[in-house]
Design a protein around this ligand. Structure first.
Ligand SMILES: NC(=O)c1ccc[n+]([C@@H]2O[C@H](COP(=O)([O-])OP(=O)(O)OC[C@H]3O[C@@H](n4cnc5c(N)ncnc54)[C@H](OP(=O)(O)O)[C@@H]3O)[C@@H](O)[C@H]2O)c1
Length: 278
């Protein structure tokens, strides 16, 4: 089985290349190979590569910058997904597309289920939600994996930032009113491999289990690496950023567990393993 990973140089994409189960031909491409915002280029690439599965890990992921670069965000996160879906339809490939908890507003205290209504707060969230809709209007046979709080060795992320800041400062301030399930890209890659193998249809929420605030996550990181720096909890209001984030960005993975008969391990266990392997 030939699987094409689009966005293979990114944080998730690089772990997908490394951690999809063996026994299949995995090909990775990124923007230098073809730009998903170009419909013709995208179709031509897929016609040439002839994958059975396309996994889309490409996106415009700079959440704050999306507020200013609205057009680019929609071009990649909506237009790019549409182009991939059209190309997949043409060559009869299956598409697994990666989306985000930022499609929700986070104004609840109950983990989101797949059928809950999106209500994004940011341009990034809107562009990702519209990408999901565009894909669903084109393809019947698709998988959308919504995830959140990603970290892995191949990218800029919260965990790497905290480790770095702990080396440079005695005091760190971190928001304590945003709940997430920090998710290791290696665990997510393996879960995506399982979904591709089983080939179910529709939307799946996939994150490491349990949840915490970013402040609690930062405390765990500092404790694990033996840092003497202090973490001070602050509110999102105090940490004023261009894009609003969902306060409760926690996803219910019940459908994933039911279909795959596997459970994502707790975020803390995955995080400690990641920190040990760094
Ligand atoms: N990071 C998170 O916390 C998080 C949370 C929830 C969901 N997600 C979703 O998970 C997926 C992977 O995220 P990530 O953090 O691994 O992203 P990433 O590290 O930013 O990687 C995205 C990759 O896509 C490439 N790309 C951008 N525009 C492209 C285009 N027009 N054509 C082809 N390739 C293009 C990027 O290339 P350049 O670097 O050259 O631009 C980059 O290699 C995304 O769908 C994201 O929305 C991420």
């Amino acid at each position: 089985m030939r699987i094409l990973i689009v966005g293979a140089r990114g944080m998730l994409g690089s772990d997908l290349i490394a951690h999809l189960p063996g026994g299949q031909q995995v090909i990775g491409t990124d923007i230098d190979d073809f730009d998903i915002t170009n419909q013709e280029e995208t179709l031509q690439a897929l016609v040439e590569i002839k994958p059975l599965w396309v996994i889309n890990a490409a996106a415009y992921t700079q959440v704050d910058r999306c507020e200013e670069e609205r057009e680019q965000a929609f071009q990649v996160n909506t237009g790019g997904v549409k182009n991939l879906a059209l190309a997949c339809k043409e060559i009869r490939a299956k598409l697994l597309h990666v989306s985000t908890d930022y499609v929700f507003d986070g104004k609840t205290k109950k983990p989101y289920r797949e059928g809950d209504a999106p209500n994004p707060l940011s341009v990034y969230g809107q562009s990702k939600a519209e990408g999901e809709s565009a894909l669903q209007n084109i393809l019947d046979d698709f998988i959308i994996v919504r995830t959140g709080g990603l970290y892995g060795k191949g990218g800029n992320n919260f965990v790497n930032t905290i480790v770095q800041m702990a080396q440079e400062r005695d005091e760190l301030t971190v928001v304590n009113d945003q709940w997430v399930s920090p998710t290791y890209t290696v665990d997510l890659s393996k879960a995506i491999g399982t979904l591709v193998k089983l080939s179910p249809q529709g939307i799946f929420h996939v994150v490491n289990s349990d949840h915490c605030t970013w402040y609690e996550c930062a405390c765990t990181i500092l404790e694990h690496i033996g840092s003497t720096s202090t973490v001070i909890p602050i509110s999102s209001e105090d940490y004023n950023r261009p894009a609003a984030r969902p306060a409760f960005g926690v996803l219910d993975c019940g459908r994933f567990t039911e279909v795959t008969k596997t459970t994502m391990r707790p975020w803390e266990e995955a995080l400690r393993e990641y920190l040990d392997l760094r």
